[in-house]
Design a protein around this ligand. Structure first.
Ligand code: 5GP
Length: 114
């Protein structure tokens, strides 16, 4: 058996995370090393898929749900505008081989600066 990924351990509550959303299929939490003022990760609870290509081929409905949750979180936290990133492979910067979406935004909603 492969070692569980850090995201499996977060799903299992073996390590803490700042969880911002959860349902029966996905969990979302803040990235421990944020690259933007808003940096969330949306992660399927299943560890069956290493990357978005594998997920898209096997369970497109789960991929669509991840995108939907990402948009809803962005609507709440960035006014809707955001970057949605799935890294695939070490050469693209992927470090956790449990598919996940990065939601990156400024957190500056229109009018929020007064
Ligand atoms: P990747 O580079 O695989 O696309 O993204 C993995 C992300 O997971 C990185 O942005 C990294 O900062 C984040 N990360 C790694 N370990 C942990 C952790 O234990 N907790 C949280 N919240 N994020 C983590």
């Amino acid at each position: 058996m492969a070692e569980p990924t850090v995201f499996e351990r977060i799903v299992a509550r073996e390590i803490p995370a700042d969880i911002v959303y959860e349902d029966d299929r996905v969990i979302a939490f803040t990235d421990v090393a944020p690259k933007a003022p808003v940096h969330l990760l949306v992660v399927p609870k299943t560890a069956a898929y290493r990357n978005v290509g594998e997920l898209a081929g096997a369970d497109p409905q789960l991929l669509a749900h991840i995108v939907d949750v990402a948009q809803k979180l962005a609507d709440e936290r960035t006014g809707g505008d955001h970057r949605l990133i799935f890294n695939t492979g070490e050469d693209a910067g992927q470090t956790v081989f449990h598919v996940h979406a990065h939601v990156l935004g400024t957190g500056l909603q229109e009018g929020s600066l007064g």
